[in-house]
Design a protein around this ligand. Structure first.
Ligand code: PGA
Length: 240
């Protein structure tokens, strides 16, 4: 991965119907080109609707099992075969609603790496963690319990405070900067392998220019605001 490159990763989650996806894809024809790497992360069923050298494709999840026959799961080999090069792991919605835990993420990351997929590993504190003053402790645990057990190449961290996701509330730029520094310091100390860190949680057209000034940040993971391709184009323009 390029040292200076910034990322705009767009997580559509379980949103958009087939017709909306077709319209979305058509609207990407005049994407602004620039140094920012755009990664589109639609639902599995829509991955094949997208292909363009101007962006990369990501999956929202991956199976933690690579050899077991398992109904309903998707393998790294399948994702790779349709041109997927990134994979989200550890999103807080899956931690909370699917009870996924660090051991699952280790399996998913190791599996993804068999096909050289890049991983966007999501971490973040809940409101309760924050209010109890446990943010750094929680982040350190989410980092070390997983990253101690995988090969670090091609992993990006997405710092997403759970209380900022889909709420319209973001930490201050100062808070984000301090937390990203904390994360990068841990990585430096423990692993001696630089890792890019994205911010996610209510990033939108109104705040991305301000957030983009945060020096320590390597880009964004955007949910709701990325469901409109016009927004994505404008966010790219701002970042470029
Ligand atoms: P949001 O979601 O931008 O809608 O807050 C971000 C995410 O969940 O990755």
């Amino acid at each position: 991965m390029d040292g200076k490159m910034k990322y705009l990763a767009c997580n559509f989650k379980n949103k958009l119907t087939k017709d909306e996806i077709i319209t979305y894809e058509k609207n990407l024809k005049d994407l602004p080109l620039g140094p920012t790497k755009l990664i589109l992360i639609p639902s599995y069923v829509y991955l094949s609707f997208f292909s363009n050298e101007k962006y990369d494709l990501g999956s929202q999840d991956i199976s933690s099992f690579n050899e077991t026959t398992l109904t309903g799961e998707i393998t790294a080999e399948q994702l790779h075969s349709i041109g997927v090069s990134y994979c989200l792991v550890g999103h807080s919605e899956r931690r909370k609603l699917k009870q996924e835990i660090n051991i699952d993420f280790i399996g998913k990351i190791n599996h993804a790496k068999e096909q050289d997929l890049n991983i966007i590993y999501c971490i973040g504190e809940t409101l309760e963690d924050k209010e109890k003053g446990n943010t750094y402790m929680v982040l350190e645990k989410q980092i070390s319990e997983v990253l101690n057990n995988v090969e670090l190449k091609n992993i990006i961290i997405a710092y997403e405070p759970v209380w900022a996701i889909g709420t319209g509330i973001t930490p201050t730029t100062k808070e984000i900067n301090e937390t990203i520094e904390f994360i990068k310091d841990i990585i430096d100390e423990k692993y001696e392998c630089p890792i890019k860190v994205l911010y996610g949680g209510s990033v939108n057209l109104d705040n991305i220019a301000e957030l983009n000034k945060i020096k320590t940040l390597d880009g964004f993971l955007v949910g709701g605001a990325s469901l409109d391709p016009e927004n994505v184009k404008k966010m790219l323009e701002i970042m470029n």
